[in-house]
Ligand binder design. Structure first.
Ligand code: CTP
Length: 216
């Protein structure tokens, strides 16, 4: 157990969110939650007090971790705001749906009698990490870490995201990171440090915590 982590409060978001179209259908993504759960387990093992705000996944809760189960991005946002006071490190590993249906239908959407198209109007969800980092007090607490999922211009866009979302470090990866146990990623820190990684998400979790430790 490393001393810098003992008793530290860590907040991790994980998994996908679901945005309801009607009572039986939702918009979501392929996130498995593995990265966030691995981070929560690794922080707990180092001695931190960990809250995991998680969208729907099929993963077992890591031992000693407090879970807050949520479904939508807005639920994730309010659970995070509630857990934020006293937090030393926030890690946003959730694949938050950026948009939700503008009007969730209370009744099941039916096929059109004329076989015509169904048009969906989507409205933006809040940016959870950005909102949380704006709450940061003058002292550099909490430390913020996030992910950047990009299909093109990975490092350039990840650096911009780190800056725009007020993060101390960002983990840049491609869409293949969403599912599966193995991943390739680059950890970028606001101080300019760059670490390349390929391997299991459990090992990436350790690397991310070690990078975050520099800011704790
Ligand atoms: N994130 C968040 N709230 C959102 C969207 C993303 O907190 N509404 C967090 C994710 O958990 C991740 C980081 O922001 O740590 C970047 O997510 P990503 O999907 O790469 O980027 P977006 O902000 O969604 O931007 P874009 O889809 O335009 O690339």
């Amino acid at each position: 157990m490393k001393a810098p982590w003992r008793g530290r409060k860590v907040l991790v978001t994980a998994g996908p969110t679901r945005e309801w179209l009607d009572p039986v259908r939702f918009l979501s993504n392929a996130s498995s939650g593995k990265m966030g759960y691995a981070l929560a387990a690794a922080a707990r093992k180092r001695g931190a007090r960990v809250t995991l705000v998680t969208g729907p996944t099929s993963l077992p809760l890591p031992a000693g971790v407090r879970a807050v189960n949520v479904v939508t991005a807005r639920e994730m946002m309010s659970a995070c705001l509630k857990a934020l006071p006293g937090t030393d490190l926030v890690i946003g590993a959730a694949a938050v749906a950026d948009f939700r249906p503008r009007t969730g239908a209370r009744a099941k959407i039916k096929k059109k009698a004329d076989g015509g198209d169904l048009l969906l109007r989507l409205t933006p969800n809040p940016d959870i990490l950005r909102t949380l980092s704006l709450q940061r007090e003058k002292k550099a607490r909490p430390v913020f870490a996030g992910f950047a999922l990009e299909t093109h211009r990975l490092l350039e866009r990840a650096r911009k995201k780190m800056h725009d979302k007020g993060l101390d470090l960002i983990v840049a990866n491609g869409p293949e990171a969403l599912d599966g146990g193995e991943t390739r990623a680059v950890i970028l820190s606001r101080d300019g440090a760059t670490t390349r990684f390929a391997g299991p998400k459990t090992a990436l979790a350790e690397k991310i915590l070690s990078a975050a430790e520099a800011f704790l």
